[in-house]
Design a protein around this ligand. Structure first.
Ligand SMILES: Nc1ncnc2c1ncn2[C@@H]1O[C@H](COP(=O)(O)OP(=O)(O)OP(=O)(O)O)[C@@H](O)[C@H]1O
Ligand SMILES: [Mg+2]
Length: 391
């Protein structure tokens, strides 16, 4: 979604320069020469972001700050101040201005400021649940950064084509969330999604869980038990932490992927299955291959589509949208009504490098809301150990 920017400035030339700079970048730009004209556009809900000159023919620009605060959408306002008028700018920021630009406007600074304001708009939309396309299921994958968009596109294709997928990424980047997304966005959505955490199951158990067993296959196997591969038939088998899968089981899994059939433990019958296999790992499989503890043939068989989720610190433009999503979720769950986050808190969230990725962000927001009695989350509500590590 690209934002509509309202430029409020009585100088036509100033409006033109801004318009011709922003339009080719995909923004819609509308102009207003007076406060009265600006109010009409704002009233119509036409403005996502407002660039506002201070001295206007019919009044003082910053008056709009007060007027827009009541609006549900609260378009971020960026003030255009005279060179050196820092006091006024600081005052306006205190009154809720999003940012300020000094004249003469530096276009690089302008773009940067607009990009930040756009993230704020996305966050507020997410928070107010104004998102247009509702996604299926409860596992939304939030992220408008180019990296996430391209990942979701590849995930949709993999889902349609029912091919094997390897999801990699650091802890907390959303590998499991993305696996659910693959399930939700294709022809297998109404069929089972069976998740197996290979690190949580003892290796001997893992084999009988996956492949099942015949009665008498081993001591304790009294009755025949179908394997999860059978349970997942028609749907998806999600092998989480695949790096923990022992080599012998890796070999058996490879055979399943190649023959689309398998035998239960202690069984002779070949059982045909139609299962799409998704695997996830937060450990580097290529290093494990080099060390001889992960099969190369299986690796290549799994990663027909390779979805690598970049760490959050490499896609910081997703942070605010995620925050909006989590705040709305927690508002509903905790019976709260947080409606915003202060610019200083936004800066702190952006400055931190999030080693625990999205999971850590989700927890930080939940904690902040627990300690927040105001309508907006501020820096003081954020975890102190996180703040200590931001620069
Ligand atoms: N893109 C996203 N949109 C919404 N929520 C997300 C997203 N990515 C992660 N999350 C949230 O972060 C939490 C952790 O994600 P997930 O369990 O998928 O991480 P993971 O990559 O599997 O981590 P690990 O390697 O530790 O298992 C999820 O419960 C979810 O709340
Ligand atoms: Mg996981």
């Amino acid at each position: 979604m690209s934002a509509t920017i309202l430029v409020v400035d009585d100088e036509e030339n100033a409006r033109l320069i801004i318009t011709s700079f922003l339009t080719p970048k995909g923004y819609e730009v509308i102009g207003a020469a007076t406060l009265a004209e600006a109010r009409v556009q704002i009233e119509r809900g036409a403005a996502d972001i407002i660039l506002l000159d201070v001295q206007l023919p019919d009044g003082y620009g910053p008056n709009l700050l007060e007027e827009t605060r009541r609006l549900a959408t609260r378009p971020p306002i960026i003030l255009i101040t005279a060179y050196g008028d820092i006091d006024m700018a600081v005052d306006a920021m205190r009154n809720g201005a999003h940012d300020f630009l000094q004249k003469p406007i530096q276009l690089a600074r302008l773009e940067e400021t607009i990009v930040r304001a756009q993230e704020m708009v996305t966050m507020r939309r997410e928070l107010a649940h104004l998102r247009k396309a509702q996604r299926r299921g409860q596992d939304f994958v939030i992220g408008s950064s180019p990296a996430m968009r391209s990942l979701l596109d590849q995930a949709r294709r993999a889902s349609q084509a029912s091919v094997s997928v390897l999801v990699t990424g650091e802890t907390g980047t959303g590998k499991e969330v993305l696996a659910h997304f693959v399930h939700d966005s294709g022809p297998r959505a109404d069929k089972p999604f069976i998740a197996v955490n290979c690190a949580a199951i003892q290796s001997t158990m893992l084999e009988s869980e996956l492949f099942g067993y015949e009665a008498g296959a081993f001591t304790g196997a009294e009755k025949r038990k179908p394997g999860l591969l059978e349970v997942a038939d028609g749907g998806i088998l999600f092998l989480d932490e695949i790096s923990s899968m022992p080599m012998e089981i890796q070999a058996k899994l490879l055979r399943v992927l190649e023959e689309r059939a398998f035998r239960r433990v202690g069984g002779t019958n070949l059982i045909k299955v139609d299962v799409q296999v998704l695997a996830a790992s937060n450990r580097p499989l290529n290093k494990m291959m080099a060390d001889g503890i992960f099969r190369e043939d299986l690796y290549y068989r799994l990663k027909v589509v390779d979805l690598h989720i970049p760490p959050l610190r490499e896609r910081k433009s997703d942070i605010l949208e995620l925050v909006g999503f989590f705040v709305r979720q927690n508002n509903a769950r905790m019976g709260m009504n947080i409606i915003d986050i202060t610019p200083r808190a936004v800066d702190a969230l952006r400055a931190y490098d999030w080693p625990g990725n999205v999971r850590e962000l989700r927890n930080a927001i939940e904690r902040a809301m627990l300690f927040c009695d105001d309508p907006a989350i501020d820096v003081i509500h954020l975890p102190s150990d996180m703040l200590a590590k931001t620069v």
